[in-house]
Design a protein around this ligand. Structure first.
Ligand code: FE2
Ligand code: FE2
Length: 199
């Protein structure tokens, strides 16, 4: 049944979501630093790219709290401590957390918002849940390739793009250095995963 926003669970769930998104953004920024330290520059780029999207999610949720401007909202919540030097584990933990947001937290928040009569907010939770699913798939795919030692090695010739200079090479293995800009193998990604490409 409809409830007043200030008395709602939805208000608290928006704050939980804001906290979760904010923390995800920071965790991915730290993970990007770890990937860069291990010369996995494409993984660094993926973490940074996703971190920016978490910032956008945080902003969407935060703006829906406008009615509570000037107040504090107290909530409890559980948040992961994903500290490890393993980039593969960082990707897998990120995948796990994204799937929890998608399949559990945001689905539940959406249902509560709907029951409380906040349909646009329910819709936002559902839309962002779908985005988190794509995040999970992206992290999972990269983690699997790294775990199987296939991130820089394909089963047959494929196009690779150097994310530094845009050079595209058709080979089985990504080159150890880019023949154009001399950047290391860590800059190469399968063209299929490269941003803003049409093939
Ligand atoms: Fe998010
Ligand atoms: Fe996400």
């Amino acid at each position: 049944m409809p409830v007043n926003f200030k008395d709602s669970k939805t208000k608290e769930n928006l704050m939980r979501a804001f906290a979760g998104e904010s923390q995800a953004r920071n965790r991915y920024t730290f993970a990007a630093e770890e990937a860069a330290a291990q010369k996995l520059y494409v993984v660094e780029a993926i973490f940074k790219f996703t971190a920016e999207q978490e910032l956008a999610h945080a902003e969407v949720f935060y703006e829906k709290l406008k009615e509570c401007a000037g107040e504090n909202i107290c909530v409890d919540g559980c948040y992961p401590v994903d500290i490890t030097n393993s980039v593969i584990e960082l990707l897998e933990k990120a995948e796990h957390n994204e799937l929890e947001e998608y399949g559990d937290a945001y689905k539940n928040f959406a249902d509560v918002a709907e029951q409380e009569g906040f349909l646009p907010i329910a819709n936002t939770f559902r839309q962002i849940a779908e985005i988190e699913k794509t995040h999970a798939e992206r992290f999972g795919t990269i983690a699997k390739l790294l775990r199987e030692d296939k991130f820089f090695v394909a089963d047959a010739k494929v196009d690779w793009m150097c994310l530094n200079c845009g050079n595209i090479i058709n080979t089985e293995k990504a080159p150890s250095v880019c023949p154009v800009c001399s950047h290391a193998r860590g800059y190469f990604v399968r063209l299929a995963f490269a941003p803003y490409t049409s093939r």
